[in-house]
Design a protein around this ligand. Sequence first.
Ligand code: UFG
Length: 361
Amino acid sequence: MQILVTGGAGFIGSHTVLALLEAGHSVISIDNFSNSKPEALRRVAKLAGLGEAVEGAGAKILDWPGKLAVFRGDAGNEQDLSAAFAHGKVDAAIHFAGLKAVGESVQIPMKYYEVNLGTTFALVRVMDRLGVRNLAFSSSATVYGNPDSLPIVEDFPLRTASPYGRTKLFIEDILCDLAVAGAKQNKPWKIALLRYFNPVGAHESGRIGEDPNGIPNNLFPFLTQVVVGRLKELSVFGNDYPTADGTAVRDYIHVVDLADGHVKAVEAMAKADSWTGAEAFNLATGNGNSVLDVIKNFEAATGKKVPYKIAPRRAGDVTACYASPAKAKRMLGWEGKRDMAAMCVDSWRWQQQNPQGYGAS
Ligand code: UFG
């Protein structure tokens, strides 16, 4: 199949592009590189053994003909999107492009609504016009808010506390409405709402990984930047939660496993009749780890000391969040295989080999 990926150069996008290529699919990526670099996709191509790129002058900046085409463009702009879709017949799209910092979304909510909803509207319009109606959407565990019980299953009530979370929830609702309407109008959509828990780790080569702009918000990139010496010490946000050690619990999922979940989703959709409408999936391991568990696992797996201090709780954080991945296993044949030790070792390898991320490259 040929898959169009918005935001293909980002953390999860780049690992997914590699997983798609390794599974024998071809990929068209469109990215405005607002929080990513083309270098990520050059490295993906190298890991996939694609050889030399054809360098482009226009929107198509890199091309490995028949395998991977890289467009510089805005997924919120129908013209940019149409140019990428015109590269060749597209069987399905995976929509990663969007803004993702919870705290920032409180400061600049309109930007989050414009970008996250705007890219989805443009993508759906272009897809509908071209009759491409298989779509995997990058959603988030944030749609469950503070769950009443654990583990989380897909039919739990949805609620969320931040503008970022609301963009994910609104888009899920919009895509569900689209699928219902499409079914009645003989334009059937197959849509996967992929609810990521906490994506961490990096490809085991150490060549691609997470490279956030500025000071990281998330635990793993902050922790590895402390250990590599870019930041002084990790603040553990709160040790008075009602958990075994007082620190908050999350379901960390290795990004390579997460990437494989996208491949499985688009492959499952392609099988005739096995799927209609919009389906939500938890992409999670089912295991909860506290912040202190992560630190201990990191120290044990890498032999590196993690300097940290206990700090006040971070506003908006939930106590514990982990999920049942049973539905993804049943319908997609997917499960996370990599454990916390692999998540730590692979994150560290990436950080150590790329102390400045992709740098100026
Ligand atoms: N944490 C720290 N110190 C840090 C950073 C994080 O102690 O410097 C803690 C947090 O308080 C939390 C845990 O580590 O308990 C994980 O925090 P992350 O920021 O890595 O991840 P979150 O669980 O807050 O956020 C993730 C995704 C969001 C998504 C959210 C929904 O990054 O996109 O899950 O559950 F919205």
